[in-house]
Design a protein around this ligand. Structure first.
Ligand SMILES: Nc1nc2c([nH]c(=O)n2[C@@H]2O[C@H](COP(=O)(O)OP(=O)(O)OP(=O)(O)O)[C@@H](O)[C@H]2O)c(=O)[nH]1
Ligand SMILES: [Mg+2]
Length: 324
C-alpha cells in the first residue's frame, strides 16, 4: 500500500485559538475533527500543497508557514504521512468553503475533541510552545525566582525546574514556589523521583534518561494525565520514550555545551536523522538559543530547549545580550 502524503495546517487566531474542521461523514475517518489540509500532489512541496488546500477548503491565502511535526500512521485501510505545518501568516477570513463545520478551539481544549488516531502527537505539538526553558543550577532561590519572573514576562510558557545541586528538601520547597509563580502563565515540569508527583498535582514531570530506562522495563505506557517528558540521547532512548507514550522529548546534545563538557555532540545532521522517524514533539538541546529556532524547526523539531540560551539577560560569548 502506498503511503498517502498529506499536508495539514495548525492555524491560530489572534486570541491563540486553533481552527479545526469536521470531516464529512462519507470520507476516511469521517465525522471526526481534523486540521484542515489534504493530499500532496506529485512533485508538489508540502508547503505549496498546504497553500492550495487551505485556499480550496477555507478560502484563505497562507503567506508564511513553518514545519511543526511529521506523523506516520498506519490505519487498517490506509497509511498516511501527515506533514503538519504551523501557519504563521495568512490573509482572508477562514470559512467552510466545502460546507464543513469549523470550530476555533483553545489549545488546551483540543484533547476534548474527537480526532483520527494519527492526530495525538499533532494535538500535543499544537499545545506546546517553540521553546522550553530549563532552569540554571547556579543561582540562589531568590535569583532563580526573579529570573523566572522575567522569563515569564518575555513569553516563556514551558519550564523544567532542574536543580541537581539542591537537597531534596530545598528542591521541593523551591518547586512549590516556582509552581505558585507560574500558575496560569506557564507549565512547569519537575525533575526528581516520580513518587514525588503526588505531592505536586499541578506539575508535569520530566524523566531523566535513567528513569526512562527503568520505567520502560515495566513494558507499558504510563497514564500520567499531565505533561510527561523525557530526556533522550540516542535512538534507543527515543524508542523507550515512544513505548512509554511520553508527550514529548528533549534530544541532546546537539552542540557542545558548558553544562555537559564531556558529552559528544550529535551535530545537526544526526539530530535531524533521529527526528525523522519519531512521531512525538522533540525539543533540541545543547548549546542552542533563540538564534537556532529556525534550524531546529527545519530539522523537524518542535523547537529549542536551553538553559543559558533562554535565561533572561544571559550574555553570550560574542558579548551580545540575548533577548527572548
Ligand atoms: N487533512 C487532514 N487529514 C488527516 C488528519 N488526520 C488524519 O488522519 N488525516 C487523514 O489524511 C488523509 C487525507 O485527507 P484528505 O482530506 O486530503 O483526503 P480525503 O481522502 O479525505 O479526500 P479526497 O480523496 O476527496 O481528497 C485522510 O485519510 C485523513 O483521514 C488531519 O488532521 N487533517
Ligand atoms: Mg482535506
Amino acid at each position: 500500500m502506498k503511503r498517502v502524503h498529506v499536508a495539514a495546517g495548525v492555524i491560530r487566531g489572534a486570541d491563540g485559538r486553533v481552527l479545526i474542521a469536521k470531516r464529512p461523514l462519507d470520507k476516511h475517518q469521517g465525522g471526526l475533527w481534523e486540521f484542515p489540509g489534504g493530499k500532496v500532489e506529485d512533485g508538489e512541496s508540502a508547503e505549496a500543497a498546504l497553500e492550495r488546500e487551505l485556499a480550496e477548503e477555507l478560502g484563505i491565502a497562507v503567506t508564511r508557514s513553518r514545519p511543526l511535526i511529521q506523523v506516520r500512521h498506519d490505519y487498517p485501510d490506509k497509511q498516511v504521512l501527515l506533514d503538519v505545518r504551523e501557519v504563521l501568516a495568512f490573509t482572508g477570513e477562514p470559512h467552510g468553503a466545502e460546507g464543513q463545520p469549523l470550530a476555533w478551539v483553545a489549545p488546551e481544549a483540543l484533547p476534548d475533541y474527537r480526532f483520527p488516531a494519527a492526530n495525538r502527537p499533532i494535538i500535543t505539538a499544537a499545545r506546546l510552545p517553540d521553546r522550553y526553558l530549563i532552569t540554571p543550577d547556579e543561582h540562589s532561590a531568590d535569583e532563580l525566582l526573579r529570573g523566572l519572573s522575567s522569563a515569564l514576562q518575555q513569553g516563556i510558557r514551558l519550564i523544567q525546574l532542574r536543580a541537581p545541586s539542591l537537597s531534596d528538601r530545598a528542591y521541593r520547597t523551591l518547586a512549590a514556589d516556582v509552581i505558585e509563580l507560574c500558575k496560569g502563565r506557564a507549565e512547569v515540569l519537575l525533575k526528581g523521583p516520580l513518587e514525588w508527583a503526588a505531592d505536586f498535582p499541578e506539575a508535569g514531570w520530566h524523566l531523566s534518561a535513567a528513569q526512562l530506562r527503568q520505567l520502560a522495563a515495566s513494558g507499558r505506557p504510563i497514564a500520567f494525565g499531565r505533561w510527561l517528558a523525557a530526556s533522550c540521547h540516542d535512538a534507543l532512548e527515543m524508542s523507550l520514550a515512544a513505548s512509554l507514550e511520553v508527550d514529548f522529548i528533549v534530544l541532546s546534545p546537539v552542540q557542545a555545551t558548558v553544562s555537559h563538557p564531556d558529552a559528544v555532540p550529535l551535530g545537526w545532521p544526526r539530530a535531524a536523522e533521529l527526528l525523522a522517524g519519531f512521531t512525538q514533539p522533540v525539543y533540541l538541546l545543547g548549546g542552542l538559543g533563540m538564534a537556532d529556532l529556525a534550524q531546529a524547526s527545519d530539522s523537524g523539531a518542535q523547537g529549542v530547549a536551553a538553559i543559558r540560551g533562554l535565561w533572561p539577560g544571559w550574555v553570550d560569548p560574542s558579548g551580545a545580550t540575548r533577548t527572548i
